[in-house]
Every structure is written in structure tokens, then in C-alpha cells.
Write a protein that binds this ligand. Sequence first.
Ligand code: NAP
Length: 243
Amino acid sequence: MPILLLGGTGEARALAARLHPEHDIVSSLAGRVPDPALPVGPVRIGGFGGVQGLRQWLRDNQIDAVVDATHPFASTMTAHAAQVCAELNLPHLVLSRPPWDPGGAIRVASDVEAAQVVADEGFSRVFLTTGRSGVAPFTSSHAWFLIRVVTPPDTDLLPCNHEVLLSRGPYGYDDECALLRDNTIDVLVTKNSGGALTEAKLEAAENLGVTVVMIDRPALPAGVAVVSTVDEAAEWVTDLEHH
Ligand code: NAP
């Protein structure tokens, strides 16, 4: 029973490790990150070419089910998978890790709204952790930005005062505190990504009195089956194959 596992997250790699080689899975990565951490087992890399391309790929590869373990903010891929699986009547599961507790964060619905809050509240030293595609709304800001990304953002999108910090998690509490302190950060901007690997920045910000602006997750497509742990997703696959 060939299963497509949409990945790009630690959870997707953990799920692949649980399922391979007992189950016939192929993992899929978008191909954005050079030298990505690869899951075990077969992997394909690159976009499918929209809804049509995905539909064709699933047919060509005789896929019987799809587990979407993409990042909670990869909403286009998630929407495409939900649409095509519904059309083809394929079993489909979303593995979405639990969100962080926003605590005292200022919650916003988008990166554009986050940029508005930073401007309205007059923050001057911003730690921006919303990823390469989250920089654009801040381009015209005159605050200073520490921009932590895995791959460099387009240079024409960068705000005039900034430093780009190229790095990949996980990050520890002490290092996050040092980064906030050394750069005299007054606001942290983050997506509500969830997960342990990048969570330390929240505790560091809270303990140092740094304001957090947190972007809420996009809604999942209506009616999809969702689990929040790798164990539940592995169980779903096992159950599927026993029926
Ligand atoms: P997105 O906006 O939802 O997707 C944009 C396009 O990228 C999709 O339409 C699809 O292209 C392609 N794509 C995305 N995920 C794919 C996958 N697993 N396999 C094959 N093609 C994929 O996604 P995104 O936010 O750019 O994220 C891209 C990848 O990075 C995802 O795999 C995600 O899990 C990972 N990631 C994202 C974030 C984040 O904050 N967004 C953070 C960490 C990791 P086609 O239309 O051509 O099929």
C-alpha cells in the first residue's frame, strides 16, 4: 500500500523512521533548503506542480493514502493535498504538532499584522524568526532587525537596518537568552510553529521581559482528519493497512 508522506519537519522524519521499511512510504520535500535533513527510506524532492501536478503524481505512483506532516504554516501544500485526496477519495491524515501556549504574547493573524504591531508599538530592536518568506512585510521599517533564517532572504526585501543570522535549530535556553541580551532585543516576532526544537526563545523572552508577537496558525482545511503526534499517525497507517 504505497503512502505519500509530505514532509519538511522533524515529525515527518520521525514518522518515516517509524514506518520504514515495514510500510511502503515515499517522503516528499519541497526542496527549498540546501542540504536538507533527509528522512530514511525513499524520498522525492520538489513541488508537484500545483493541484493538477499532485493529482497526476498520485495516480502515476499509485498512491493509496497521504499523510501530510508538513509545517503548520505550509498551508498551500496542505490545501492542495486535502483537495486532491477528497477528489480521488484517498485516505488522508494531517499530522499537526500542538501549538505553543501564546502566554502573554500579542497574537496576530499574519506577518503583515505583526509588522503593523511592531510599527504601532514603536519597537526598535526586533528579533525576527518568521523565516525567509516572512521578511517582506518589514522591508520599509526603520527598526533594527536580527533576522534568523535557514536560507538567506532576498536582499531587496531586507529592512535598511538589519543583521542576518543564518542558522538551523535546535536552540537552547542559555543561547537564546544570550542572543536576546547581546542584541538588546525589545520584541521577538515568531509564528506559532509549536514543537520543542525552537521553543526556548519563548521562555527566554518571557524571563527577560521581551515582548512576543506571535502569528496564529492558518486554519486547516475543513473536514480533514488531524492528529498531533507521530504515534497517532503511525497508528493511523497501521490501522489503514489492516482494513
Ligand atoms: P507552502 O507555502 O504550503 O507550499 C508552497 C509550494 O511548495 C506547494 O504548493 C508545493 O509546490 C511545494 N511544497 C510544499 N511542501 C512540499 C512538500 N513537502 N513536498 C513537495 N512540494 C512541497 O509551503 P512552505 O511554507 O513554503 O514550506 C515548504 C516546505 O518547508 C514544506 O515541506 C514545509 O513542511 C517546510 N517548512 C515550512 C516552514 C514554514 O514556516 N512555512 C517551516 C519549516 C519547514 P507545488 O504547488 O508545485 O506542488
